[in-house]
Design a protein around this ligand. Structure first.
Ligand code: GLC
Length: 456
C-alpha cells in the first residue's frame, strides 16, 4: 500500500507533544511491514535561521493561494529510512511556534492545500492519505472535492486520526475536524477506550453526536513506542544501562537523578517522576491537592519536568523552596532530562483527567518506573492494577477523578514498594511488557484496508 502521512509535528523536525513521536515511529513500523510510506510536514525555522540540513531534492510546487499564484518549496529528505517532505514556506512556517499563532487557520489550510497537490506533482498516487489532528483535517473534504473533478484523486481514501479531541484550532466558527469526521473514509483515535469515551457527552467535547453518526467507521488503535529509541540497555542519555535482568542498576540512575534535582541522596525513599504538560487535562488539579501532604511527611520524593499553564507553573516552582531535598521541579522541555527521569524514578505519575493514549506510561514501563495512573483512555488500556500481593498487574490505577481516589492508589503503590522481592518481580514484569508498534501497525493496515473498501 502507498500511504501519505500529513502531520504538523514530526520528530526530529518539530515536537510539541506525543504526535511528533507517533509521526516518527509509526511510519517506520508500517514500512517494516512492507508498505510504501512518505511523510509531509511543515519546515519550522526561527527567523534568520537556516534550519536543518536537508539532503534531498527541492520541488517547486505551483499553487494559487488567496488569489495569488506562487511557488512553494517542498524539500525532500531521504536521510532517514522514511522519505519526509518538508513544506518550506517562510511566510507561514518561519516561526518558532508550531501552534498558537494568530493565523494558525490560514497556515494549516495552506499546508493542507500543498499536501493535496504534492502527490500529483510527484506522480505518486497514494492509496491512503492519512491526516493527524485538526491541522490536517481539511484533507478529508479537500480530497473528495478534488476527486470530483480530477480522476487522479479518486482511488485515494482518507484517514483522520484524532490524537486529542480537545484541540480543534483557533477559530470556533470554522471547525475542520467536524468536516473530517463527516468526510473521512475512516476516523481513528489513539486507544480503544478513548474511541468509546469520545462517543459520550463527558469526553466528546461537543462532538459526540457527530462522532456517533460515524461510529461504524471509528477505530481505536493504541499507539506504540519506538523500542530502539527507548531502551534502557543502550540509551545514550542515561548514566547507567540496565535491562530486565539487571533492574537493580536503576539505583545508580536514581542516585544520579537525586543529585541532579538536589534531592536528598537516600536510596530508600521512593522517587516519583512526572513528565507532562501543565494543563488541567493531565490531572494537575489533583496533584496540587495531594502533593504537599506527601512532601511534608517525606514519604516520597517528587521530580517534575513540565511546561504549560502559568497558574500551575507558579504553584509547582515553589515546591523545591518549600520542601528542600524532597521536590525537584524543572519548568522546561528537555528530552534528555526526560529519559533520565524515566531511568531514575521508582514511580511515574499520570493522573490524567483525559488521556487519549499517553506515551509516558509505556516508556516508564520500559524503564522499570511503575505507573500510577487514572483509568481513562489509553491509560486504561495499558495499565492493569496490581493485585494486593503484587502477583499480577503492571501499575496502580484509580477511576474517580478525586484526590482521595488518587491518594488511595498512591498508598497502595507506596506499600508495594516496601515488599522487596515482590517489588523486584513487578519491575521486571513491567520491563518485559511489549508496547512496541508491532501489533498496532498491523491494526493500522487493517483499518487502511477498511478505508479502501468502495474506493477503487
Ligand atoms: C496527544 C494525546 C496523547 C497521545 C498523543 C499521541 O498528545 O494527548 O494522549 O498519546 O497525542 O497520540
Amino acid at each position: 500500500m502507498r500511504i501519505l502521512f500529513a502531520t504538523a509535528e514530526a520528530s526530529p523536525y518539530s515536537k510539541v507533544g506525543g504526535l511528533a513521536d507517533v509521526a516518527a515511529s509509526l511510519p517506520k513500523a508500517l514500512q517494516r511491514l512492507g508498505h510504501e510510506i512518505r511523510v509531509v510536514t511543515p519546515l519550522f525555522r526561527r527567523p534568520g535561521e537556516t534550519g536543518p540540513e536537508i539532503d534531498g531534492e527541492e520541488l517547486n510546487l505551483p499553487t494559487t493561494w488567496v488569489g495569488k499564484e506562487l511557488r512553494v518549496s517542498v524539500r525532500q529528505t531521504t536521510s532517514g529510512r522514511v522519505p519526509v517532505y518538508l513544506v518550506d514556506h517562510p511566510p507561514y512556517f518561519q516561526r518558532p511556534a508550531v501552534y498558537g499563532e494568530q493565523d494558525d487557520l490560514d497556515r494549516y489550510l495552506f499546508f493542507c492545500q500543498v499536501v493535496l497537490e504534492l502527490p500529483k506533482a510527484l506522480g505518486w498516487q497514494p492509496d491512503i492519505l492519512h491526516g493527524h489532528d485538526w491541522h490536517a483535517a481539511a484533507l478529508a473534504f479537500g480530497l473528495r472535492n478534488k476527486a470530483w473533478s480530477d480522476a487522479f484523486y479518486r482511488p485515494t481514501a482518507s484517514v483522520m486520526t484524532i490524537h486529542n479531541l480537545r484541540y480543534r484550532g483557533p477559530h470556533n466558527l470554522v471547525d475542520m475536524l467536524c468536516q473530517a469526521i463527516l468526510y473521512a473514509d475512516v476516523i481513528s483515535t489513539v486507544s480503544p477506550t478513548y474511541a468509546q469515551e469520545i462517543l459520550t457527552p463527558e469526553y466528546g467535547e461537543g462532538l459526540h453526536t457527530l462522532l456517533g453518526l460515524r461510529r461504524d467507521r471509528l477505530f481505536g488503535i493504541l499507539n506504540g513506542i519506538d523500542y530502539e529509541e527507548f531502551d534502557p540497555a543502550t540509551d545514550p542519555l542515561i548514566p547507567a544501562h540496565y535491562d530486565a535482568s539487571t533492574p537493580e542498576k536503576k539505583a545508580f540512575n536514581k542516585a544520579a537523578l537525586q543529585e541532579r534535582g538536589s534531592l536528598a541522596l537516600d536510596p530508600s525513599v521512593p522517587l516519583v517522576g512526572m513528565i507532562s504538560r501543565l494543563t488541567e487535562q493531565k490531572g494537575f488539579d489533583l496533584v496540587e491537592q495531594v502533593i504537599e501532604s506527601y512532601l511534608e511527611s517525606g514519604r516520597f520524593q517528587f521530580f517534575l519536568l513540565a511546561t504549560g499553564e502559568k497558574r500551575y507553573e507558579a504553584f509547582f516552582q515553589e515546591l523545591p523552596r518549600r520542601y528542600p531535598g524532597r521536590a525537584a521541579v524543572f519548568l522546561a522541555f528537555d528530552a534528555a532530562l526526560a529519559q533520565f527521569i524515566y531511568a531514575g524514578s521508582d514511580f511515574f505519575l499520570m493522573p490524567s483527567r483525559i488521556e487519549p493514549c499517553g506515551l509516558g506510561q509505556m516508556i516508564s514501563l520500559r524503564y522499570g518506573a511503575i505507573p500510577i495512573v487514572r483509568r481513562t483512555g489509553g491509560l486504561a488500556d495499558t495499565i492493569q492494577d496490581c493485585h494486593l500481593d503484587l502477583s499480577t498487574g503492571n501499575g496502580f490505577s484509580f477511576t474517580e477523578y478525586t484526590d482521595w481516589a488518587l491518594r488511595e492508589a498512591i498508598e497502595r503503590a507506596l506499600a508495594a514498594y516496601q515488599q522487596q522481592d515482590a517489588w523486584r518481580s513487578l519491575v521486571v514484569r513491567a520491563m518485559n511488557q511489549d508496547f512496541s508498534w508491532h501489533a498496532s501497525a498491523r491494526k493500522y493496515v487493517e483499518m487502511y484496508q477498511a478505508a479502501l473498501v468502495g474506493r477503487s
